[in-house]
Design a protein around this ligand. Structure first.
Ligand SMILES: NC(=O)c1ccc[n+]([C@@H]2O[C@H](COP(=O)([O-])OP(=O)(O)OC[C@H]3O[C@@H](n4cnc5c(N)ncnc54)[C@H](OP(=O)(O)O)[C@@H]3O)[C@@H](O)[C@H]2O)c1
Length: 311
């Protein structure tokens, strides 16, 4: 089968011919139609999980994927051949990901049925970015009327987060460079700030001298996050999904939150799918490219929503 692999950490990402996997007793074999691209995929290729998870090489990349069940192990009770499913194709040993024609997952992994009204392409965009955004809104306990600043709003996580924070009743301020402001407004941002024109902290302090209730930072390194946290009122919350928060400093200032890692489990993915099926959340797909083009799109800068590979 065709797959996108690295032969060792740090090697070039390439298209390769790999054996078709077969499911064990408790596992499900999925014929993948679509795979969502995330910044994490390239980080994994470079070895971010080295020493944390065992890997098989050549390692097939990709976490998010959607398709149809092609075979099930004898002890599988939750899925049947032909079911459309979406999941996170990252279980130990790593290296059997979703950038391939087939992959195998235990039935108890993050794998859920896709509602009829959602395409496999749209479903594949949800597991990492969408569920992270939903988990962030849940963790922050956003209430109607809260002012929420989202830094890095234009990418995969941000394009879901703007919508979900808006649905929760927040007044959303989203960072957006150049002509992406309109897109953020359509997704639910009440205001946008162009971080390339002036420091975000200065712009937001000017329009909101009383500060904001919640800061979701999806991109800033520690030195850039620190001045932004000054905007958050006492009792508010700061979340960094790139591990830039100084949690002790946040506590000293009476702020909640800190560094945040999405669990990305099946019930949360099923809840997000239901919200998409109900028409409450749109799936912000920016580009659909063939599997073969994965090496060119992995790690590309300037994301505008999600890129999905068509397999
Ligand atoms: N901890 C977790 O559980 C978790 C979960 C998911 C993702 N992540 C991580 O979170 C990060 C974001 O993920 P993603 O999928 O949203 O990435 P993405 O799709 O690449 O989006 C990042 C966005 O940020 C914008 N950006 C870059 N620099 C910026 C700046 N200084 N200020 C404001 N915006 C800026 C980019 O556009 P422009 O450059 O054009 O502005 C782009 O639209 C990645 O590092 C990812 O690995 C962590």
């Amino acid at each position: 089968m065709r797959a996108i692999v690295v032969r060792k950490f740090g090697d070039p990402v390439e298209l390769a011919e790999m054996p078709v996997p077969e499911p064990g007793a408790q596992a499900v074999k999925v014929q993948l139609d679509a795979a969502g691209v995330n910044p994490f995929d390239l980080k994994m290729a470079k070895g971010i999980l080295e020493g944390k998870l065992p890997h098989d090489f050549p390692a097939i990349l990709g976490v998010d994927g959607a398709g149809s069940v092609a075979a099930v192990g004898p002890d599988v009770t939750k899925f049947a051949v032909g079911d459309r499913v979406v999941g996170k194709f990252l279980v130990p040993p790593a290296g059997h990901g979703s950038f391939a024609e087939y992959s195998v997952l235990p039935q108890d992994a993050t794998l859920v049925a896709i509602p009829e009204s959602i395409t496999n392409l749209a479903a594949a965009a949800l597991p990492t970015a969408g569920v992270t955004a939903q988990d962030l809104v849940d963790a922050a306990q956003i209430r109607p009327g809260h002012t929420v600043l989202i830094v890095g709003a234009t990418g995969g996580v941000g394009s879901f987060l703007v919508q979900l924070a808006n649905i929760a009743g927040a007044h959303v301020i989203a960072t957006a460079r150049g002509d992406t402001a309109d897109r953020m407004t359509r997704l639910g941002a009440a205001e946008t700030v162009d971080y390339s024109r002036a420091p975000v902290a200065d712009s937001v302090r000017f329009t909101h001298p009383g500060g904001v209730d919640v800061l979701f930072d999806l991109v800033s390194p520690p030195e850039a996050l620190a001045p932004l946290t000054e905007l958050v009122r006492e009792g508010g919350a700061v979340y960094s999904i790139v591990f830039s928060a100084d949690e002790a400093a946040l506590r000293e200032r009476g702020l909640r939150g800190g560094n945040f890692e999405s669990k990305g489990r099946a019930p949360e993915l099923a809840r997000l799918l239901a919200r998409v099926a109900a028409g409450d959340v749109v799936v912000p797909i920016d580009a659909t490219v063939p599997l073969e083009e994965a090496p060119a799109v992995l790690g590309a800068a300037g994301a505008r929503g999600k890129t999905v590979l068509a397999i």
